[in-house]
Ligand binder design. Structure first.
Ligand SMILES: Nc1nc2c(c(=O)[nH]1)N[C@H]1C(S)=C(S)[C@@H](COP(=O)(O)OP(=O)(O)OC[C@H]3O[C@@H](n4cnc5c(=O)[nH]c(N)nc54)[C@H](O)[C@@H]3O)O[C@H]1N2
Ligand SMILES: Nc1nc2c(c(=O)[nH]1)N[C@H]1C(S)=C(S)[C@@H](COP(=O)(O)OP(=O)(O)OC[C@H]3O[C@@H](n4cnc5c(=O)[nH]c(N)nc54)[C@H](O)[C@@H]3O)O[C@H]1N2
Ligand code: SF4
Ligand SMILES: [Mo]
Length: 774
């Protein structure tokens, strides 16, 4: 049975605001996940689907990259190894609503461009390839073979230099491996990905300091840590099963320190619906200490913490620092210690918004802990000083030897379910030469060595006309990237845009001159090829690689898998005599995995090891053996200097974040339940004292105007219209609005040092009474 999506779009005037919820998850979470599943899939499909989520014989949750428990860690999976937002992610994909040819007949592209991403996504699954030919007002059906020919002809005309191949982090390892191989065989390293906007800063900081750009902990480390620091992260919404792990940390006697401008419900208290206390009681208090930091204050905080640890060591030598570790495994400690003891408290309090007393208390928590894990996500990575901030966290962890031992380490909590795997498989504009050489050797190619363009560079190249073809393997490039108005214009100016997608989104309605949408199978669906039914593999946030097998009938008989789309395009573009065995890859994914085993480091015997019930863990030298493959051969201390974000009088610092009812640009619904914001999305959360001081009123509708110093003395302004002011417990001077509604405010040139990640968490804005109400 197929169904249509709703006609109604968001009505912002229906906003309801109630108080923040006290406790995350609980029975309410179960009720919501069931209701959403029934709404999208109906009872039969719901009963069939949810039990397969995250089970060994089923599919990997397309929600986030949080790992499943492993037998090897003495852990078994529960009957329901998923969370409310995992269930929503599945319902969104396994929906029985579809978008067919009559939909595109009825809606011109201009008409669709008027709708929100919410409405577009709610229309259901794409069912057949469509094309917008130059000058046409509508998308029209096209058959697959013809679609590949059109794309191949255009790409040959445009050439590899002027093409970018974007990836979103849901692509499987097999699809990602084939895709980077296609791009490089065609002749370019232009492989921007969502990671450029996400954990790129973590990768940059960790590669330099510990030699591996990935996290160094296992689930068991978190659960057995003495202290877990959760900073710049809202796990109750974005990694909900992390709360079960944190509950176990507490149960095992560990403590939790939360550092966040917002008192996010999931950091405070958790009601686990899988145990009686969570169902009947008030749940488990999580954070032992909550530091309500100012936006962008983390580097200053960790500088102070490092200095305090040195002082504590001076006071009682031999009790705080791990001298053995520092001596044997690190580089640069002497310089670090020489500069590190002075603290300008006034400055630190100004930058962090925290009091000296609390910072000293936190330093004691660190000094007293035998094993500390620090976890973080977008609240740290999407800042101008993101890389120095994460490097400073590494400094503090190194002082106490908190890496490569049980219960300790560094844990960037990854976003998309396979974003880490995609990078392992070569989705990166600057893969090391050793990887490129291995590709050449495996396939008899000579792939280009010059680094390609990342996301921001791709946008810049679109603006100056040096990138005119965009191919997206998943994702929603138009809505996820900064500076929306300019970005949309840049996409419209392209000669060719191709989107491989499961559902409609903003990127489809800002088409290039020739534009195609290629509909694909999702994670939940059966993938049948000539060689029989296939499975794919993924890597989670803790480097565990395992299989995922879709079990549902595909949304339409006309869908191709991502591997098939890439392989067929490659054959059409590169010719049947191309040295890569594209046809065999498509017929049998074991053949892809055989090549992965020979090309990708750490993946020997890939086909055997991914068939183990829990898969396998990729090597991580710092975690496994305290070996640090950096330039110095040791873990590096670094020198990082915080500099204040300049916020002029009457201006505020805006962060853009996720509501509880969305997956990035996919809006599931309109209930940001934990924060008490319902039925609408254009809101700006402001401290009540600031509301009064700025002569605004709670509930008033304002425009958000961002101000960006363009470097030559001028101020660029960007406007996002019609946001309702909501009084909220955010620090003075710090405000929040949802992503992607806030993206028009983020200047393309506002990027993190070293990682080029858009600064989505610190935009200088002023609030103006609304010019018009949308
Ligand atoms: N349900 C659901 N799950 C998801 C996603 C989703 O959209 N929905 N997205 C996935 C993806 S791709 C990602 S990357 C992750 C994102 O996961 P998160 O990083 O948790 O996502 P955000 O909503 O961006 O939340 C950022 C948090 O950082 C805090 N913060 C902002 N600025 C600062 C700061 O300067 N310092 C500190 N200490 N904190 C700060 C904010 O208050 C907020 O709590 O989630 C993944 N999982
Ligand atoms: N202002 C601001 N901007 C941000 C952020 C922020 O916090 N603030 N966060 C950034 C972050 S962390 C990230 S990761 C990016 C996300 O950027 P993207 O990954 O580009 O965006 P998504 O919204 O995750 O992509 C959703 C689309 O993916 C498609 N899709 C879903 N499943 C599949 C699948 O299985 N296969 C294929 N081929 N397509 C599929 C659907 O068509 C859906 O519309 O956004 C970044 N942008
Ligand atoms: S925590 Fe993440 S991966 Fe796990 S079930 Fe929830 S959304 Fe899915
Ligand atoms: Mo992300």
């Amino acid at each position: 049975m197929t169904r249509r999506g709703p006609e109604k779009d968001i009505d912002e005037s229906e906003l309801e605001v109630h108080g923040r919820e006290r406790s995350a998850a609980g029975v309410r979470g179960v009720v919501v996940s069931l209701a959403r599943s029934l709404q999208q899939m109906g009872p039969v499909r719901t009963a069939k689907t949810l039990p397969l989520l995250n089970q060994r014989s089923g599919f990997d949750c397309p929600g986030c990259a949080w790992p499943e428990p492993r037998e090897a860690d003495g852990d078994s999976r529960k009957w329901a190894e998923f969370c409310e937002n995992g269930a929503k992610a599945v319902a969104e994909e396994a929906t029985t609503r579809t978008v067919g040819p009559e939909f595109f007949d009825n809606h011109s592209i201009d008409d669709l461009a008027e709708r929100t991403d919410y409405w577009l996504g709610q229309q259901g699954r794409l069912t057949q390839p469509v094309i917008r030919r130059e000058g046409d007002t509508h998308y029209r059906p096209i058959d697959w073979q013809r679609a590949f020919e059109v794309i191949a002809d255009k790409l040959r005309e445009i050439g590899p230099e002027r093409t970018s191949f974007y990836t979103s982090g849901r692509a499987s390892n097999e699809a990602a491996f084939c895709y980077q191989l296609l791009a490089r065989s065609f002749g370019t390293n232009n492989l921007p990905d969502c990671s450029n906007m996400c954990h790129e800063s973590s990768g940059a900081a960790l590669s330099e300091t510990i030699g591996v750009g990935k996290g160094s902990v296992t689930l068991s480390d978190i659960e057995h840590a003495d202290l877990v620091v959760v900073m710049g992260q809202n796990p109750g919404t974005n990694h909900p099963r992390m709360l079960s792990s944190l509950e176990r940390t507490k149960h095992n006697g560990g403590r939790i320190l939360a550092i966040n401008p917002l008192p996010e419900t999931g950091l405070m208290r958790f009601s686990n619906p899988q145990n009686i206390r969570g169902v009947a009681g008030s749940g488990t208090p999580l954070a032992d200490e909550f530091a309500q930091i100012r936006i962008g204050g983390d580097l200053a905080l960790f500088k102070a913490l490092g200095a305090l640890l040195l002082r504590f060591e001076d006071e009682s030598p031999g009790t705080v620092l791990d001298r053995g570790f520092i001596e044997e495994h690190t580089y640069g400690f002497t310089e670090f210690a020489a500069r590190g003891r002075d603290i300008d408290w006034q400055e630190v309090e100004r930058l962090t918004g925290l009091e000296q007393q609390q910072i000293e208390r936190i330093a004691r928590m660190l000094a007293d802990s035998r094993s500390t894990v620090v976890c973080w996500a977008m609240g740290l990575t999407q800042h101008r000083q993101a890389v120095p901030t994460i490097r400073e966290i590494v400094n503090v962890q190194l002082l106490r030897g908190m890496i490569g031992k049980p219960g300790a380490g560094l844990c960037p909590v990854r976003g998309h379910s396979n974003v880490q795997g995609d990078r392992t498989m070569g989705i990166w504009e600057r893969m090391p030469d050793s990887f490129l050489a291995a590709l050449d050797e495996e396939f008899g190619l000579s792939v280009p060595r010059a680094p390609g363009r990342d996301t921001v560079e791709t946008l810049r190249a679109m603006h100056d006309g040096s990138c005119t073809a965009f191919f997206g393997l998943g994702g929603n490039f138009a809505a996820a990237t900064p500076d929306s108005a300019a970005t949309e214009a840049a996409l419209r100016a392209c000669e060719l845009t191709v989107q491989v997608s499961t559902k409609l989104n903003r990127s489809h309605v800002v088409p290039g001159r020739t534009a195609l949408i290629l509909p694909t199978l999702g994670r939940t669906e059966r993938d049948r090829q000539v060689g029989g039914e296939q499975f794919v593999t993924v890597e989670d946030s803790m480097s565990v690689v395992h299989g995922s097998r879709g079990r549902l009938e595909p949304a339409s008989p006309d869908l191709l898998s991502e591997v098939a789309i890439v392989a067929e395009l490659a054959r059409t573009l590169l010719g049947e005599d191309h040295p890569v065995p594209w046809r065999e890859f498509e017929n049998d994914y074991d053949r892809v995995r055989e090549s992965i085993a020979r090309v990708v480091p750490g993946c020997a015997d890939y086909n055997d090891r991914v068939r183990e019930p829990d898969g396998f863990v990729l090597p991580h030298p710092p975690r496994d053996s305290r070996t640090f493959p950096t330039a110095t051969g040791k873990a590096n201390f670094t020198d990082n200097v915080p500099d204040m974000i300049h916020v002029p009088e009457g201006r505020l610092l805006l962060q853009s974040l996720r509501s509880h009812d969305q997956y990035n640009t996919t809006i599931y619904g309109l209930s940001d339940r934990y924060r008490g914001v319902e039925n609408a999305r254009r809101v700006v959360l402001v401290n009540p004292v600031d509301i009064a001081e700025l002569d605004l009123a709670d509930g008033q509708i304002v425009d958000l105007v961002s101000e960006w110093a363009d470097g030559s003395g001028g101020i660029e302004e960007r406007r996002a219209e019609s946001f309702r002011v909501v009084g909220y417990a955010t620090p003075r001077g710090c405000v929040a609005a949802y992503y992607p509604e806030a993206n028009p405010l983020v200047p393309l040139d506002s990027v993190a040092e070293y990682s080029n990640t858009p600064v989505s968490k610190a935009v200088v804005v002023r609030l103006e009474p609304a010019r018009t109400v949308v």
